[in-house]
Write a protein that binds this ligand. Structure first.
Ligand SMILES: Cc1ncc(COP(=O)(O)O)c(C=O)c1O
Length: 393
């Protein structure tokens, strides 16, 4: 039996979402058209907006539908940087961290490397400790010294590789004292820990559908009503002129349903996932002597387990587990089939070698105890095989 423990990469469509989505695919009409077909499609979008806003704790007018998390992150970071820099040319600093998802990191690096020299972004990446945490006091000190030059702060709600959860509401509170807007990539957090936009104090928040049981191709940027953004996409002026492009009515509806379902079951799943996580960790420790749990002493998502195996290449463990029918991830960027060291683990001070000796196991709505047992049953042989590969290297 195949076991899927890679929900942080993408989670299977929830059955109830699949039913609605496949039925809705027959929908005719562009939501921007004035005729009846268009208006019916518009109603699907607006119902979805209302429902998603309810789930995310924001006003419906604050939701800008996008194609997913990557687009939401790009619009947030570029749009806010340009708006803040246009209003005051001194504001060129962006505060973030090297453990962010590439959708954030690469957008930051692009702003640092493009445009007229005097308008390029300057990056201030917070130092992380071995648990992937930053020091709020360091952030406060930097804000106190340089707030006039800061365009924005972008810090993720939860890390998609290690599951480390950051104190986003505290960051927002601190930043508000210095009138600096904060964006958070909440793609990995949504559906696994409570995410409430209004309570968070954020200016901007990115979310994505396919991580929580909706289809790929739909996400949203939540934009607080007083926040100005310069659009990245130009065209028909959809979504308050912030994201031009024909609205994905069917996707929006599926996303809203998946988010509502994830939110309604959050507490019981968190309880179940915490128990599964404990079972997996103690099982792995009994089976393998040199397993290390990443960030064990700080707050992490109940649905994510990140393990390091000294001397065992993570890609070998991953392939051997896959051959045994168990799908996990090493969480690192995988381009053209080459798996490198995890940039997240590097940002946490690990060596290149240590940063390539880890795997991520992530649970979703349909994960069972049996899945964890199958993982544990396959682990010793995968570990032994990977250790030999490590010795031979
Ligand atoms: C934390 C985080 N941000 C952003 C993204 C990108 O989201 P999407 O795949 O919807 O573009 C991902 C997906 O892996 C993610 O885990």
């Amino acid at each position: 039996m195949a076991v899927y423990l890679d929900h942080a990469a993408t989670s299977p469509i929830r059955p109830e979402v699949l039913l609605r989505y496949t039925a809705d695919l027959a929908l005719v009409g562009n939501p921007s058209s004035v005729h009846g077909f268009g208006q019916r499609a518009r109603m699907v979008v607006e119902d979805a907006r209302e429902s998603l806003a309810d789930t995310l704790g924001c006003h419906r007018s604050e939701i800008i539908f996008t194609s997913g998390g990557t687009e939401a992150d790009n619009l947030a970071i570029k749009g806010l940087f340009w708006a803040r820099n246009n209003a005051d040319a001194r504001r060129r600093l962006i505060v973030s961290a090297a453990s962010e998802h590439h959708a954030v990191l690469d957008a930051l690096e692009w702003l640092e490397g493009h445009g007229p020299a005097e308008q390029r972004a300057q990056l201030h990446l917070l130092e992380l400790d071995a648990n992937g945490m930053f020091d709020l006091a360091d952030l406060e000190k930097f804000l106190a010294e340089r707030s006039d030059e800061i365009a924005l702060i972008s810090l993720m709600w939860a890390n998609n590789e290690t599951g480390v959860v950051w104190p986003i509401a505290e960051v927002s509170k601190l930043a508000a004292k210095f009138a600096v807007p904060v964006h958070s990539d909440a793609v990995a957090a949504l559906g696994h820990v409570p995410v409430d936009f209004a309570d968070s104090g954020l200016s901007l928040m990115s979310v994505s559908g396919h991580k929580i049981g909706a289809p790929v191709g739909i996400g949203a940027l939540v934009v607080r009503r007083d926040v100005n953004l310069v659009p990245v996409n130009h065209g028909g002026g959809h979504e308050r002129k912030l994201r031009s492009g024909t609205l994905n009515a069917v996707g929006a509806s599926a996303f809203a349903l998946a988010a509502a379902a994830a939110s309604a079951t959050l507490q019981e799943r968190a309880k179940r996932d915490s128990a599964l996580k404990q079972k997996l960790i103690s099982g792995a420790r009994n089976l393998v002597s040199n397993v290390e749990v990443t960030a064990e002493s700080v707050s992490t998502l109940p649905s994510t387990v990140h393990l390091s195996f000294a001397g065992c290449p993570g890609d070998s463990i991953l392939v051997l587990l896959d051959m045994a029918g168990v799908a996990v991830s090493n969480g690192a960027a995988c381009q053209a089939g080459v798996i490198g060291a995890s940039h997240v683990m590097l940002a946490m001070g690990r060596s290149e070698q240590a940063a390539s000796e880890c795997i991520r196991i992530s649970f979703g709505y349909d994960t069972t105890e049996r899945d964890v047992e199958e993982f544990l049953a396959a682990l010793p042989a995968a570990y032994e095989g990977a250790r030999k590969a490590g010795d031979a290297a």
